[in-house]
Design a binder for this molecule. Structure first.
Ligand code: SF4
Ligand code: SF4
Length: 190
């Protein structure tokens, strides 16, 4: 284990698709919409603090509307992710799944001076951490970097959204905001 590889193999126990609430970034949502053609409201939920007590009040991705806080999440039905196939028990959007799902249960390690030290496996997220496989670190690192950038974009968008004031503001309006801004970006690149 080190900077080249990390020992792990997913055994599809489904723990992370049932016991863990997945919080996608806007980029994940856009990728899922493109891959499935689904309306995002078919698979998104907006959770209030009593529904997701693990996320601190100062997390920068809380959406603020009408005196309430909401967090964008993938829907769960009886604690099962909307996209878990009930027959195969595999992810139904595997190629388009959120980056958070791809990085689970890897933990980024760095030295005190910020030097990258490789990945290990989180010991406290419920994954059985089977070590009978090998995962390439450079690919994980690229994914981690991409997620960092997406999280930054996400926080910037939430900041803009939270500054808006109008009657009838709903957390769903955030989705319209980032889908519209993504379409405008795509058009300006054409
Ligand atoms: S999107 Fe797929 S991998 Fe992620 S929690 Fe849902 S079923 Fe699991
Ligand atoms: S908890 Fe670990 S072993 Fe189980 S499905 Fe998730 S990544 Fe795979």
């Amino acid at each position: 284990m080190g900077l080249e590889t990390v020992h792990f193999k997913c055994h599809h126990c489904n723990y992370c698709c049932t016991k863990v609430i997945c919080l996608p970034t806007p980029w994940d949502v856009i990728r899922i919409v493109k891959a499935t053609g689904l309306n995002p409201y078919r698979f998104l939920d907006f959770l209030t603090p009593d529904q997701i007590s693990e996320v601190p009040a100062n997390d920068p991705t809380w959406l603020k509307c009408g005196g309430q806080r909401y967090l964008m999440a993938l829907q769960q039905h009886n604690h099962v992710c909307h996209f878990l196939n009930p027959v195969t028990r595999l992810c139904g959007i595997y190629e388009a799944r959120p980056i958070l799902c791809r990085l689970f249960p890897f933990k980024y390690r760095e030295s005190r001076d910020g030097r990258f030290l490789g990945f290990t496996l989180h010991s406290d997220v419920g994954c059985p951490r089977h070590r009978d496989g090998v995962v390439e670190v450079p690919e994980l690192y690229a994914l981690y970097q991409e997620d960092e950038q997406h999280q930054q974009d996400y926080q910037d968008l939430v900041r803009v959204f939270n500054r808006k004031r109008y009657l009838g503001k709903r957390p769903q309006d955030f989705v319209e905001m980032f889908i519209v801004s993504n379409e405008q970006r795509a058009m300006s690149n054409e």
